[in-house]
Structure formats: structure tokens, C-alpha cells
Design a protein around this ligand. Structure first.
Ligand code: ZN
Length: 182
């Protein structure tokens, strides 16, 4: 499996996404938001490491997948996992038309608007804004994994994240507008 395996700050990711997606022949039409469930934030108090990312690659390879989600968001930034230039594997109905964004945490049980969950949320907003801007996506098209009629992950991305769905779309839109005015 070909992965990028590199962590970016939100500022770095804005430039990376613009350049990478700008040159890509495939583009996603919308973003699907996930949570890892396991590992939890409590299990990764310092976020993900390169070794964790390698282990995720091995996990997906064992499943026989050719790719995984495009991004993993943690407390520290934005990990690019599968290349943004091709479809990933993360949501059965939507793999071929969407970007998959995983957020570290179990947001059925862990907070999303305070503590480390709030750091993940903020980095996710930045990552989503960069993707929406680079691929010319309207923030109103954002989807949660559990909205996929074919998925068995009926809880993803967790209740505390799902409760924020409308606000996330507003925040992504505001973040895109703020960037475009710079
Ligand atoms: Zn999911």
C-alpha cells in the first residue's frame, strides 16, 4: 500500500492540499468524516507517531485494502495517509467520490469540544477547509460516515462529533472564507 505517512501543521497542509489536489486528475466531490473509535484519545495522549501510522498501514494491508482514509487528524496536526490524488477506502458507498478524514478519538465516549478532543476538532476544521478550498467543494456537502447507507459503522464519527455536524459545516465555511481573504 502506498501511503504518504507525513504530518503537517494546519498551515503547511493548506499549501500541500492546494498543490497536490490542484495537480490531481482525480478529485473528491465531498468529505466523509470519521472517528477512529479505537484507538481512543486516552490511548494516544501524545497523538499519533510514525510508528502508529506504519501499523495502520499494516492493518489495512491485512484487510486486503489497496488504500485507507486520506487523512488522520490528531491533537498535533494532520497526517496524510493515502494520497489525496486517488480514491481511498473508508466508506463503502462513497470511496470513489470522496475524501476520507479520520479523527483520533472515540467521540461516543470522549469529549469533542473540550480537552484533547477540541484540539482534534480544530485541526479537523483546518484540514476540511483546506480540502474544500483545494477541490472546490461546498461545505454543505459534508457527510458523516454513519450517513452511508451501506456502512456497518452506524456510530462513526461518534455522538459528540455528530452533535456538532451543523456547526462543523459552518466552521469549515468560515475557515475557507477567512483564508481566501488573506
Ligand atoms: Zn468511519
Amino acid at each position: 500500500m502506498n501511503i504518504i505517512g507525513k504530518r503537517f501543521s494546519p498551515d503547511e497542509f493548506w499549501g500541500y492540499a492546494a498543490q497536490t489536489i490542484g495537480e490531481a486528475s482525480w478529485k473528491g466531490s465531498f468529505v466523509v468524516l470519521h472517528n477512529t473509535g479505537s484507538p481512543t484519545l486516552a490511548q494516544r495522549p501524545s497523538g499519533l507517531t510514525s510508528e502508529h501510522i506504519t501499523n495502520l498501514r499494516l492493518y489495512y494491508e491485512d484487510l486486503g485494502w489497496h488504500a485507507g482514509p486520506h487523512l488522520f487528524i490528531d491533537q498535533n496536526g494532520i497526517w496524510v495517509f493515502s494520497p489525496l490524488t486517488a480514491p481511498g477506502v473508508h466508506s463503502p458507498s462513497w470511496n470513489h467520490v470522496s475524501y476520507g478524514v479520520e479523527q483520533l478519538g472515540d467521540f461516543d465516549r470522549e469529549a469533542y469540544t473540550s480537552g484533547p478532543g477540541a484540539l482534534v476538532r480544530a485541526n479537523a476544521i483546518s484540514a476540511l477547509a483546506a480540502l474544500h478550498h483545494a477541490a472546490c467543494i461546498d461545505s454543505a456537502t459534508l457527510k458523516l460516515h454513519r450517513m452511508d447507507p451501506k456502512t456497518t459503522h452506524r456510530d462513526c464519527p461518534g455522538a459528540h462529533c455528530a452533535d456538532e455536524f451543523e456547526q462543523i459545516m459552518r466552521d469549515v465555511h468560515a475557515a475557507v472564507v477567512a483564508r481566501e481573504q488573506v
